[in-house]
Design a protein around this ligand. Sequence first.
Ligand code: FAD
Length: 458
Amino acid sequence: MTISILWFRRDLRLSDHPALLAAVDSADEVLPVFVRDPALHDRGAVRTGRLEASLAALSADTGGALVLRTGDPAEVIAELAESVNADQVHVSRESTPYGRRRDDRVREHLAREGRELVETGSPYAVGPGRVLNKTGEPYRVFTPFSKAWRDHGWPEPGARPDDIAWAADPDPDESHDPDPGSRDAGDGAEAGEQAALERWREFLRDDLISYGDQRDRPDLDTTSRLSVHLKYGEIHPRTILAELADDSAADTEGARRFVTELAWREFYADVLWHWPRSAWRDLRDTLSGMEYDEGPETAVLVEAWQQGVTGYPFVDAGMRQLRAEGWMHNRVRMVTASFLVKDLHVWWPSGARYFLDHLRDGDLASNNHGWQWVAGTGTDASPYFRVFNPVTQGVKFDPDGDYVRRWIPELAHLAGAAAHEPWRSADGYDHGYPERIVDHAEERRETLRRYDRAKGDD
Ligand code: FAD
């Protein structure tokens, strides 16, 4: 009887799982394992709670066979491989800086006993690092990347293996049930593969067709909300792309736009693969001389931003949604991020850290490069001098003020777009909504002054 290990990480599903198929092919039985790595999983209740919900679903899908351990993966995996005498440990290829370092260590530990770490597939349609231009260089700009990514193409989804022979936990006393043993993902949506597939198919049926027109409207809330399912790998993007290609809506603007958004996710993972230091440093150093604020006065402003009490309704609605749901609409992510960087003059990593700690879909590549896009230091950098106006953005993308009123009860009495500008209504501040902490017009000018100085034009 031979046993292979399948070590789950960002791929918590059984369908369209290349590494699982490879593990099934390689031995008589498969030991399914997840390691709670303190280096990754101790960061805040939001992420831990969502992960546990996903693990509970996966455990149920394996009929309770999932083996859960806590500790340094290099030691835990090597010990388990020894216990069940597995020659191979199968994984999906990881592309984050930490994941790559960790896997190198695990590979070394396994090799000492003559065992192998086998990488098959990745959490992306095209594995990060694989799309290169004609001279073999990686892309730094999205549009040519997305064209090359489509031209590269991806394999059809893999089948879900029937009747997998799961191996028994060699030391059941060491395993802990997922906590809280519920599939509630904490935001009203369920976790797990089944929930991910249902969400995707519901979106395909009901909202894809209008995605092209409505994706920028947080009040309508009709985007897919697949980001959290993709983060935990409860669905593979190839599954989405294949079902989309077969759907009658495949040739619509909504479908094209949606594929482009998935391509952004792939692009940012690719960028992180090629430039791991861009996770926490400016990708482009053209603004390295930029002056940012810090210290106690700035800390007070940052706290107001975090709590959603800046006095700018669109920004505050987004930050309150983030705290309440662990999710925020893309348009509002851009505006809230811009507010921190360009109205409060805070360097982007501080905001990126806060987002990662509060988002259920918190993803290093998408989040930190999304922040850099806003800050003007990343790929396709929106020019630094383009500063989002938090009021006009609100009026444009939440024209009736519904999104703002949904998250800010103190503005519920203001009808329509008036909710975006309480300072214009005589009773605007009657229910405790705070005054603006900064003057956007003045801070915009200050941002441009700093920009000019950093460019040496002053
Ligand atoms: P949809 O509009 O339905 O898009 C479908 C999918 O495409 C998403 O689930 C996501 O996987 C991908 N996608 C869409 N837009 C982007 C984008 N701009 N960049 C990368 N992928 C995209 N996305 C995350 O998954 N995790 C993050 O931590 C994250 N942080 C962000 C921080 C900032 C400052 C910004 C501007 C964007 C961030 N995004 C992040 C991207 C985007 O906001 C979310 O993916 C999107 O809002 C998720 O909602 P949805 O699934 O309904 O998106």
